[in-house]
Design a binder for this molecule. Sequence first.
Ligand code: ATP
Length: 239
Amino acid sequence: MAETALLEIENLHAWYGPSHILHGISLRVKEGEVVALVGRNGAGKTTTLRAMMGLMPKATGRVRFAGRELLPLRAHQRFHLGLAYVPEERRIVPGLSVRENLRLGLVAAGSDIEERAAIDEIAETFPRLKERLDQEGVTLSGGEQQMLAIARALIARPRMILLDEPSEGIMPVLVEEMGVLFRRLRDEGKTLLLVEQNVEWALRLADRAVIIDQGEVVHEGSAAALLSDKAIQDRYCAV
Ligand code: ATP
């Protein structure tokens, strides 16, 4: 139990103006773990990720990543620590090619990895992007743009990746490919925090699951146990 966590959130509160959205979230993620963060619409999953990344107007509590306190840092400093974030809206930059969007991932993380080698390496992992490196990023299909957003987060070799609903609105064949990719990342020892509405899919990928409801953690346990517990899923995860 004394094992140190890579990410440790304690008593996290967050507000949008007068609306108090998170009411003391606490959770831990160990290095190499895949944790699914689930719960119904509006439960506070996205807000949890945004608060971790310094994107909420007001947040209090403690968020420690790799031994550093995150809340006082500026947003971009988190990327430099090896924390990557794939937001729900993907943010592929218009007017830039796939290659240029990937390059932004290196720049954001302050990485000194050589660009050409990094792009070649990531293109091997994402064959759909490899064929389209010089195409404008926003002309890709929705699913391919999601893959690009994930590749851009991975290119600087982060220690941990926060993913907000990566499977949303994506063709089943790409969701399947994404599942294979996440399993591979897990096997390589990457740490993932996966926010998902596609609960079953997320639970099949994850080691552990945390359920949030109305801005509080209401359940924590093994992903396999939650997968077979329909009653808790229906209570807290039904859309
Ligand atoms: P979803 O799957 O719908 O994104 P979620 O669990 O990620 O669900 P959040 O997006 O974190 O939920 O939203 C938590 C609460 O914060 C909701 O009640 C939502 O209405 C509110 N909220 C989200 N964004 C804003 C905003 N920009 N201003 C005010 N309230 C907001």
